[in-house]
Unconditional design. Sequence first.
Length: 351
Amino acid sequence: MLTFVNMYKSFLKPYLFKLDPEKAHYLTFDLLKTGLRNGLGRAIFKSAYKYEHPQLERTLFGLSFKNPVGLAAGLDKDAKVFNELANLGFGFIEIGTLTPKPQPGNDKPRLFRLPKDAAIINRMGFNNEGVDEAVKRLRNKKTNVIIGGNIGKNKVTPNEDATRDYEYCFNALFDVVDYFVVNVSSPNTPNLRELQDKEPLTALLNHLQAINASKPKRKPLLLKIAPDLSNSQLDDIIGIVASTKIDGIVATNTTIAREPLSYPKAEVDAIGMGGLSGKPLSKRSTEVIAYLKTKSNNAFPVIGVGGIHSAEDALEKLRAGADLIQLYTGFIYEGPGLIKAINKAIIKHHL
């Protein structure tokens, strides 16, 4: 029997996966807005997908999360459907990555599915309408779901001026988000990952923390890191968290690695540059989470993201030390029923 929960995988996903990935993305947005336009639609979605239980609640860096399953940045870049997405059972939603000025991102095609590996390669390049447009939409928030603001720099901004871009986004979003994530780990903006080096990263985070401290009430500030860092670089990250006193780490962003993939190398090479997400990233992101938690002696919270396509994938991240988790590619492949399945598994296994 076809239920509302599995309609996505049985009916909608096969249709969407026949379309260009970017077109499918925006069609999904339109469908969400149409389906959740009125109270009846919202009630149906909430009944199908939301799952609440006191044991799911988490309190981290001063915020109370209804459950530990969030939506990663990248899906709702411009804060256009966060109100609708909140009806699907997420405990928190991260918008962005946002930049000070609007930018179109990289040339198309720039988004590629690898269905045999339940993966995606993207080189979107921080395409967004600019932080100020997102702020306007966030001021019309109609949900109490926790919202994170993921911030970056414009492509044309040289690294030596990057702090100015992050500062602009931080100040613009401050009154309309609950926490911040500094993104210096996307592989799709030229030279951006150089900001992960110890000296520039420490300077950037200290600058944002100084601004944060000047506010009437500071907001949690986290750092999103790449899965491609070495253990010595992860040691530097642990030291940077301690010295800058940021609130936690999001581990991890997409990877520039192309293993393990089942597609022929020539086919993968033809896609070109971009960050790989989905199931092939799962093992490495879990390793990074476990390393950070073990080496730091559990000194700070970690949001685990990367390759979560099932409840068991989520449990692995939590057992490795993740305090919260986020979905992106798994949400696209598995649909919103994954959120409830994870939350039920967390209760069942007392995690």
